[in-house]
Design a protein around this ligand. Structure first.
Ligand code: PRX
Length: 563
């Protein structure tokens, strides 16, 4: 184990001041009593809108939206009004509690409004990352049985409506092409609806959204998150993100992924904190510009993004006043020393790592402002969470032994099901009461955890989770490919890149051109971020006795132990 360097706890008036004491006394059950009170029903949309308005925050800005061609801001009052209008539109179009509404949109105010409008009516949201191509979209819409969809004209060609008989209502935001049949104009529907809506009161266990997350050896899993997620988000936004009166919060993740939903808007809005959403693609200069322009005080992002800003150089980021940032948090991939150093130099503060997953719904193991940071460690379990490193039989391992990173069942934000595939959900708890994350880790004698990569071959490229199985299936569809196995190869900027090993069909020869064709084939079928950046031709793909791709062997190959 390398030499451990420590950054001391920050002095100051943090929301969480005494980790040890809080950890030993805190329980989510007690928090729930205060948080929900004796309300007969719950609804997260009501909580982030009507309840904030009732406590006097109606005129506070909830959302700053900044894209090249569009800059808008919405107060909680304005947001609530338009959310209500969309909720009433869904009613009018016959959607009911429990129905699924998919959102296939670039980051835009309509995405957040549609999410909350659906939630207010107990309709379950299915977020789709805007870079998904036809196969990925079909898969998720079919699996979730979505009845309705909000999208834009540019993305509609990727929605194979002929294969989706249940999908009978499609809303288009932002300009309708006149030649599209059978779609509704989101804006005119919303304008015609009342701005007062009845909230559908739900139980804490009612589904809020279904998020598809990559697995290692199968289709993506539709993780079902419920309204009770708000308890965990409210709490971690306070203790981990240290949100306070006067903050402006920016989480750079896309709302097609868990971070962009949970912390992109739900968690900060539970605290009535204004949120920045930046439209468009990543660009180092414009990211720094909005930090300055909106005086962002709490910034949640990912190492790959910071490495890209670092690569752009001080001639770019040095032009902006970044002095408003008082708290920095990182997620999704290992936080490397270069990023930590740059944050210390540029902002004068460390960056706090947060470990969690789509499945966990909230931050689980984190570096906290009231604790020392040990470089290279993801931190300690947040109060209310019991984490451990366990062996394959579920026995807790002593410090410094690498094993399965596991969390004891029972935190409020945990996914409650895999949509339509209960057995896949139960597989997470095969070592009950442990939820087995699929990550490897070890713990030190002070209870700090150290992430050691995935156990199961799931790839993490630029912080985005890609299932090797989906990519392999796509490659095998191509006439030149007989078999394929893909794995994450370590990369300085992106954490990992996707490397594909392929067996060619007889009669095909490898060429750069074929590589380009295969890359585009995956890009156009699944998504750009799922496309392999490197290829190697092999005689065979190693398999386990039950016929699955042998992920351990492929891992050896990408680490150049024979690949
Ligand atoms: O491997 C871990 C990695 O991201 C995986 C979860 O991916 P996803 O469900 O897309 O959620 C991403 C953001 C919550 C984990 O199994 N991961 C997450 N956080 C970290 C991380 N790897 C290293 N350090 C982290 N802080």
């Amino acid at each position: 184990m390398s030499e451990i360097k420590v950054i001391g706890a920050l002095p100051g008036d943090h929301n969480l001041r005494n980790y040890k004491e809080t950890y030993s006394t805190f329980s989510f059950t007690e928090l729930a009593r205060d948080f929900y009170g004796d309300a007969a029903g719950v609804n997260i949309a009501h909580r982030v809108l009507d309840d904030n308005i009732a406590r006097g925050l109606g005129d506070r800005v909830a959302l700053y939206f900044d894209a090249d061609d569009r800059q808008e801001s919405y107060t909680f009052n304005q947001l609530n009004e338009i959310v209500n209008r969309f909720a009433n539109t869904l009613d009018k179009r016959g959607l009911q509690r429990g129905d699924r509404l998919a959102l296939f949109l670039p980051r835009s105010p309509e995405l957040y409004i549609s999410f909350l409008g659906a939630a207010k009516k107990g309709i379950i949201v299915v977020p789709l990352f805007e870079a998904f191509m036809e196969d990925a979209v079909r898969e998720r819409l079919q699996s979730s049985g979505a009845r309705a969809l909000v999208t834009i004209t540019d993305l509609l060609p990727r929605v194979p409506r002929q294969n989706l008989p249940r999908l009978n209502t499609v809303f288009i935001t932002g300009g309708m092409a006149s030649d599209i049949d059978n779609v509704l104009d989101w804006h005119s529907e919303v304008a015609a609806a009342s701005s007062v809506a009845h909230c559908c009161w739900l139980t804490r266990e009612d589904p809020l959204f279904i998020l598809y997350a990559a697995g290692a050896d199968g289709r993506p899993k539709g993780l079902v998150h419920v309204h009770d997620i708000m308890l965990g988000l409210w709490n971690t936004a306070a203790w981990v993100h240290d949100l306070k009166e006067g903050d402006v919060y920016w989480c750079t993740a896309d709302p097609g992924w868990i971070t962009g939903i949970a912390y992109g808007f739900l968690a900060p809005w539970l605290h009535g904190v204004p949120v920045l959403v930046k439209g468009g693609r990543f660009d180092a200069a414009s990211w720094c510009r909005v930090l300055e322009k909106y005086k962002v005080s709490v910034w949640y992002s990912a190492p790959t993004a910071w490495r890209m800003i670092i690569a752009a150089g001080p001639q770019v980021y040095g032009q902006y006043d970044l002095g408003s940032v008082r708290h920095l948090l990182s997620v999704g991939e290992p936080l490397t020393a270069d990023v930590m150093q740059w944050c210390m130099d540029t902002f004068g503060i460390p960056v706090y790592d947060t470990w969690w997953m789509s499945e966990t719904g909230m931050n689980m193991i984190c570096n906290l402002r009231c604790l020392d940071i040990k470089l290279g460690s993801i931190g300690r379990p947040v109060p209310g969470i019991k984490a451990a490193v366990v062996d394959d039989a579920g026995n807790e391992l002593p410090p410094y032994r690498v094993g399965n990173l596991a969390v004891q069942r029972g935190w409020p934000a945990m996914a409650r099901d895999v949509w339509g595939e209960r057995e896949k959900y139960e597989a997470y708890f095969k070592l009950d009461p442990w939820f087995i994350s699929g990550d490897a880790a070890y713990m030190d004698e002070d209870g700090y955890f150290y992430f050691q990569g995935r156990v199961d071959g799931v790839i993490n490229t630029a912080g985005e989770r890609v299932g090797p199985w989906e990519v392999e299936e796509k490659l095998r569809e191509h006439p030149a490919v007989q078999d394929a196995g893909v794995a994450g190869k370590p990369d300085k900027i992106r954490g990992e890149i996707i490397k594909a090993y392929i067996v060619l069909q007889p009669g095909y020869q490898w060429s750069e051109q074929l590589g380009e064709e295969l890359r585009n084939y995956v890009k156009n079928g699944l998504a750009a971020h799922a496309a392999p950046r490197e290829f190697a031709v092999k005689e065979t793909i190693p398999k386990t006795p039950d016929g699955q791709v042998d992920r351990k062997a492929l891992r050896g190959w990408v680490l150049e132990l024979g690949g």
